[in-house]
Design a protein around this ligand. Sequence first.
Ligand code: ZN
Length: 328
Amino acid sequence: MKRSLLIHLECPSCHQAFNLTVDKEEGAEVMEGKLSCACTSYPIVRGVPRLLPGTTDQKNWTTAERFGEEWKQFSMLTDKYEQQFLSWIEPVKQDHFRGKLVLDVGCGKGRHVLYAQKFGAQEVIGVDLSQAVDAAFDNVGRLPNAHIVQADLYKLPLKPEYDYAYSIGVLHHTPDPAKSFQCMVDKVKQGGSVSAWIYGREGNGWIIYILNPIRRITSKLPLPITKSLAFVLAVIMQAGLKVFYWPAEHVSWLGWMKKILPYSAYLCSIADYSFKENYSIVFDHLLPEIAFYIRQEEFQKWFDDAKLQDVVITRRNNNSWRGFGSKI
Ligand SMILES: [Zn+2]
């Protein structure tokens, strides 16, 4: 962690500032040390402050840990992520980041922190509950204006000062997605804005009826077994994508196939991904204990309850919702 992170942190319990004790430094990064306040202290381990108050919901923790393992094993960043990120936060464009203090809620391996800083954010703070913060620190933690923090979304150790906060593909994996959204909004200052992307209930019937029962089992299996199962399913899926969905997307006279192939908007969008990328997507779906699928009106209500203005909610790939709103 960089010393410049300190002014953005506060204890999630007593809300006081921290005193920093440094045990080991590498360049601008404090690699090992301690953050202390009036009520307790938190360790800094491998460059990341671990601000976990120790009262995290067990199911939430299990889900986060399993995702953490995934992000460590699939820690690569690819150039497709930039367009994906912009698609997830639509209608936000690159210039929205310029000069802003930005919060990434559920940063995983740090893929979006990378673009937030590339798009000109003044500073970006990526927060994740899981061990994925280690992958995130390796990927982006040493960038001059990026910070990685391990913390619980329900007890964020951050001041309410952000110009822009976003959460991509995370809120639906938390025990109470509506509350999680509000916790993110609470960290945004007046005049700031938020984006969220979540799984939709609409268009995901097959996942709810077929994948959810499978996931109830795979989310409890040891990770190597879940990973092996994901490999087998990914081989089958990749074959289907290359034989049917790739031609439907890329061969103009076969475009009609999109109308008859199931789930085509989404599957065409990942048809030219590498095997490793799609393997990670399948693994991702088999891992979590918690996955909510949210209806549009429910998602809209989060924004209404948070009193956000100029709200824009749109559908993505016929299976998910993305929303943007401002805190005025
Ligand atoms: Zn404290």
